[in-house]
Design a protein around this ligand. Sequence first.
Ligand SMILES: Cc1cc2nc3c(=O)[nH]c(=O)nc-3n(C[C@H](O)[C@H](O)[C@H](O)COP(=O)(O)OP(=O)(O)OC[C@H]3O[C@@H](n4cnc5c(N)ncnc54)[C@H](O)[C@@H]3O)c2cc1C
Length: 452
Amino acid sequence: MDSAVDVVVVGAGIAGLVTARELTRVGHDVVVLEARDRVGGRLLGATLAGGQSIEVGGQWVGPTQHHVLALIRELGLQTFPTHVEGRNIAELGGTRAEYTGRIPRFDPVTLADIAQTQWRLDRMAARIPLAEPWSAPGAERLDSQTFDTWLRRAARTPRARGFYRLLTEAVFSTGPEDLSALWAAFYIGSAGGFDAMIDTAGGAQQDRVVGGAQTIAIEMARRLGDRVVLDSPVTAVEWDAGSVRVRTGHHTVSARHVVIAVPPPLASRIRYSPGLPGDRDQLVQRLPMGRVIKVNVAYSEPFWRADGWSGQANSDTRALGTVFDNTPHSSEGGGPGVLVGFLEGRHADRCSRMMPADRRTQVLEDLAGYFGPRARDPVDYIERDWAEEEYSRGCYGAFAAPGTLTRFGPHLRRAVGPIHWAGTETATRWAGYMDGAVESGRRVAGEIGVPG
Ligand SMILES: Cc1cc2nc3c(=O)[nH]c(=O)nc-3n(C[C@H](O)[C@H](O)[C@H](O)COP(=O)(O)OP(=O)(O)OC[C@H]3O[C@@H](n4cnc5c(N)ncnc54)[C@H](O)[C@@H]3O)c2cc1C
C-alpha cells in the first residue's frame, strides 16, 4: 500500500508525537509510523492487581523542565508531588546514614570531599555551551578521558567516590568508566546543575503525572487520531535532495521530509539509500543506550511511612541502588503502597542474567535491607528490563563514549537532506529526559517550517 504526506515521523514517543503535533498545527499533512502496538516509547504504564496505574518507564518531572510542564498543562493533565516526608537512607561503603533534607550525615571528611567534588562538577558543567559542547574550553581534554578518570582526580576518599559512582549509575544508567567526561559535563549542564538532576523536592524527581507519564503520549496520540499508525516498524528510508520514501514491512509513504524520532542505536538499524554520511554513522556508533531494570513492588500499605521512612534509599553496594516511594495518587482510590527501585548499569547486566525468581529475591532482600523484613511480603511485583525491549534496547537514554562529541558532535542534529533527527538525545536542555524529548520535537518542527 502506498500513500503520500508532507512529513513522515518515525516513532510515537514523546518526541515524535510533539513533532507531529507542532507540524499539524501549522498545516502539514503528517503521518507517525510507530513500530510497537502502543504509543509512548520509553513511557509506559502498567496496572497493579488493585487496578491502580503505575509507571514502568519514565515518570518524574521537575520544576525547571518547562517544555514538558507546559505540554502537561496544554493536555489538561495534572501532576502531584513525589512522597518525601520522613527519613532517607544512604549507604556508602557499608556505612548507613539516615537523614532528612538533602545531605546524608557521613563523617566530615567524606562530606567535604563530596561537596568539593560537586563544586568542581558544577563549575565544569556551567562552562559547557549546551548547543555545542564540543566547543567548550578544554573540550578535547575532557572528551579524551572517562568520567571515572575525572572523578578519581576530583574525589579523594573512597566514600565520595562510591557516592559519585552510585549517582552516575542512577543518572546515566551506566558506570562512570563508560562515559566521556565531556558528555557527563554536558549532561549535568543541560539539567542546570547537579542538584537539579538528583534532587526530589526542587529537582528532576519532584513530581509525577496523575495516571502516569504515558498519558502524555496517549493524549497527544488521541488528538492526532489516525495520523498515528501503530505496528509499523520502519525498515528503510530512500531519499534524495527533496523527497523521501519511507518503508515499513507493509507499506511505503512518500513525503518531502522524514523525522527520525527514535533512540540513536535504533536510528542506525534503519536502512538508508543512499547511505548516510560517514560522520553521522560514526557518531551513532558511539552513542549506546544505558541499561536499567525498573521494579515496582506493591505492599498492602506504605508500611515504611509509618516507620518514619520517606521510602527514598540509595546504596553503593546493593544491586537495587536507588529506591523511591512510588505509591499511586490518592485519586486512584488509595490502597497499596509502592516502592520503585532501579537495577542500573552493571547491576542490570548481572540481574538480567538471573532466573526471574532469583532476581525477585535479590530485589526483596535489598528492600528488606533498607526498610526491614516487611519488605519481603509484597502483594504485587512488576519489573521491566528495558534492554530487552526491541524498540528501546535500553534506557534511560544514550550516552557518549570518549571522543564522540569532539569528533562527531555537530552531526547530532544536522539534517541529512530531507532526513531530520529528533529524540531526547538531540536536546540541549534536559537531554535524556522527557523535557529534552519535547524540546527536540519543537526544534525539528521549526527546522521543517511551514508548508511551502
Ligand atoms: C525506566 C525508565 C525511567 C525513566 N525515568 C524518567 C523520568 O523519571 N523522567 C524523565 O524525564 N525521563 C525518564 N526516562 C527517560 C524518558 O522516558 C525518555 O527521555 C523519553 O521518553 C524519550 O522520548 P523519545 O520520544 O525521545 O524516545 P522514545 O520514547 O524511545 O520513542 C521512540 C519511539 O520510536 C519507536 N521506534 C523505534 N524504532 C522504530 C522504527 N524502526 N520504526 C518505527 N518506530 C520505531 C519506539 O517504539 C518508540 O515508541 C526514563 C526512561 C525509562 C525507560
